[in-house]
Ligand binder design. Structure first.
Ligand code: ATP
Ligand code: MG
Length: 435
């Protein structure tokens, strides 16, 4: 039997997993400073939630969903993104109630699933950090949330980045723009890619963000959506820009930028890596305002703003910048065992060391003492406890500080009875610098 992981999935091995932990912990600290709280929702939901929430014509729903009938004949789907499920949870748990602080600022970490062609920075199971802010249409929510996204990059000293913004206006004004765009594109119908031809009448805005070279050339001269904004959207977008300016945050406006998810209105943004080596999948973070989705999913009219942040792509950026990950897996003590008879005591000693806060490893393989000491050295253990059969008969253990080379015998039962006094004293003795 020869099993291999499915295409587009990865095993995150321990060394890699510690990088993920570091990223998560750092991000959680930043999110906390912005007063976001974590929410955890199921990895699968009703198919209809995504069809409705993300949009029937979006690539995500029409091409990329992992959906299936479960044994109870329910049509379910592995979540392709986080927002729909969180909006469902927000509505179902009535998080809009008067007992909750407004706006409600939520974040999540976790795997998402999309049936895509795997390549660098594109997997079928990938991980996102996402945030959602519910209950305020204040443009400073847009700005603060973009600032948070930028802070996540800054924390890791990443610089080859640009913030790109656009406004999609209101649903109403977008209808008008849609017509204008169709009129502009129709004369070019035959030159458009097959994908764009099918999109033209279903979702013409998506033609703007086609990756096809010819399409790109055509849409360069397309009418700008910003010309079609109504008064309210225009003012909103102006405020967003003036706040970004006032805060000294550089950004670009790309009037051809749209998002793959249908639920957005007004401000949308992407953070793109400009590193020359990053390749095609350079958007690391993307999001925007979605004021109608909560109502669409059955809740009260609630404005919202959020983003999804691709963690695999962040890791790729960190690799390129040769980011120095801190060593998280540190060891405080190693127990060297000599002889079969000390096996049980080694477990007891390890238990006591760990109970008192020392990260401890012990020998299990019965190797020669020299080999065991080499291992302790390789693992950077400051202290080695050596249990030998003769010492054990006297209830003694040898403690050695590897850096100073000093060692001392101590009584095991005294150590167990009053760990901190005994250990502190031996620590002081062994780490003392020579006069
Ligand atoms: P793309 O245009 O690259 O397909 P998207 O518009 O589908 O991106 P979103 O749905 O906005 O992406 O998701 C937000 C972020 O999640 C993306 O910017 C990216 O960093 C990440 N992401 C999306 N799809 C994948 C994937 N298949 N593998 C890895 N990361 C992904
Ligand atoms: Mg995509």
């Amino acid at each position: 039997m020869n099993y291999q992981k499915l295409k587009g999935t990865v095993d995150i091995l321990p060394e890699e997993a510690s990088k993920w932990q570091h990223i998560e912990e750092s991000a959680r600290r930043i999110l906390k400073s912005y007063q976001f709280k974590e929410i955890r929702t199921p990895l699968f939901e009703k198919f209809d939630l995504f069809a409705r929430g993300v949009g029937e014509t979006s690539d995500i729903v029409s091409k990329e969903m992992y959906d299936f009938k479960d044994k109870g004949n329910r049509h379910v789907a592995l979540r392709p993104e986080g927002t729909a499920g969180i909006v469902r949870a927000y509505v179902e748990n009535k998080l809009y109630g008067p007992e909750y602080h407004k706006p409600m600022k939520l974040y999540y970490f976790g795997p998402m699933f999309r049936y895509e062609r795997p390549q660098s920075g594109r997997q079928r199971q990938f991980n996102q950090l996402g945030v959602e802010v519910f209950g305020s249409d204040n443009p400073s929510v847009d700005v603060e949330t973009m600032l948070l996204a930028m802070d996540l990059f800054k924390h890791f000293d990443l610089t080859d980045l640009k913030l790109v913004i656009n406004s999609l206006g209101s649903t109403e004004s977008r209808k008008e723009y849609r017509e204008a765009l169709i009129s502009f594109l129709e004369p070019h119908f035959d030159e458009l890619s097959a994908d764009s031809q099918t999109r033209l009448y279903k979702n013409p805005l998506r033609v703007l963000d086609s990756k096809d070279k010819k399409d790109k050339e055509i849409v360069k001269d397309a009418p700008s959506i910003l010309e079609y904004l109504d008064e309210k959207s225009r003012i909103h977008f102006e405020k967003v820009q003036s706040m970004l300016n006032a805060l000294g945050i550089p950004y670009e406006i790309d009037t051809n930028m749209v998002r793959g998810l249908d639920y957005y209105n007004d401000t949308i943004f992407e953070i793109i890596s400009t590193h020359p080596k990053f390749g095609a999948n350079a958007t690391v973070c993307a999001g925007g305002r979605y004021d109608s989705l909560v109502k669409e999913v059955g809740g009260p009219d609630t404005p919202a703003f959020g983003f999804g942040f691709g963690l695999e792509r962040l890791l790729l950026m960190l690799e390129q910048s040769q980011y120095d990950y801190p060593n998280v897996q540190t060891l405080d003590a190693y127990i060297v065992t000599i002889g079969d008879q000390v096996n049980e005591e080694a477990t007891r000693l390890a238990y006591h060391l760990r109970k008192n806060g020392l990260s401890t490893e012990r020998e299990f393989m019965n190797r020669k003492p020299g080999k065991q000491f080499k291992t302790a050295d390789k693992l950077n253990a400051p202290f080695v406890f050596t249990l030998g059969e003769e010492e054990l008969a006297e209830r003694k253990v040898q403690v050695k500080h590897l850096e100073t080379g000093l060692q001392k015998q101590i009584n095991l039962d005294e150590l167990y009875d009053d760990f901190s006094t005994v250990f502190n004293s031996v620590q002081t003795t062994l780490t003392k610098k020579e006069e």
